[in-house]
Write a protein that binds this ligand. Sequence first.
Ligand code: HEC
Length: 154
Amino acid sequence: MNALTRKSAYALLAAAFLALLLAGCATEEPPAPSYSATQPVSDAVAVVVPDLSENARAGERTFNANCVLCHGPNASGTGLGPPLVHQIYEPGHHQDFTIQSAVRNGVPAHHWPFGNMPPVPAVSDEDIPNIICYIRELQRANGIIAPGADIAAC
Ligand code: HEC
């Protein structure tokens, strides 16, 4: 094998490996919506707001003070962050501890083209369950959680 064919053989191998990797990822989770990185992103979704429980209303206040800038009113999304009332964030795919972890540790960009979410230290540990309750009640009212399902965080 001369140097040139060896080089293209390596390139082929690398391409095949990459394709395998991508195929592997695609079977693990539902594909994120695809956007062109050069497009302005506006992902706001229409959200039905239910009659919130008391805990969810407390969560809404904390959410509006700390999260609304990026996640939008009623977690409907903005040009800075995704809607949390979205199938991607149903509890089977993003359990409650992922919401807790997002607030405490931030989130590296992985589903969307918005960039990383920074940690939100202004929110106390005691406030987090109410935020989770709020997000889950919104999700339940919008068909992401079964109607009537119990929400542990509430
Ligand atoms: C500065 C903007 C910004 C703020 C403020 C912000 N977020 Fe985020 N958040 C993001 C972005 C961007 C993502 C999406 C990251 C990705 O998956 O690409 C995200 C993702 C998330 C996720 C998904 C976590 C995961 O595991 O994928 C949750 C839950 C979340 N945010 C909750 C919150 C809550 C609750 C607050 C307020 C306490 C908050 N965010 C404040 C930008 C923000």
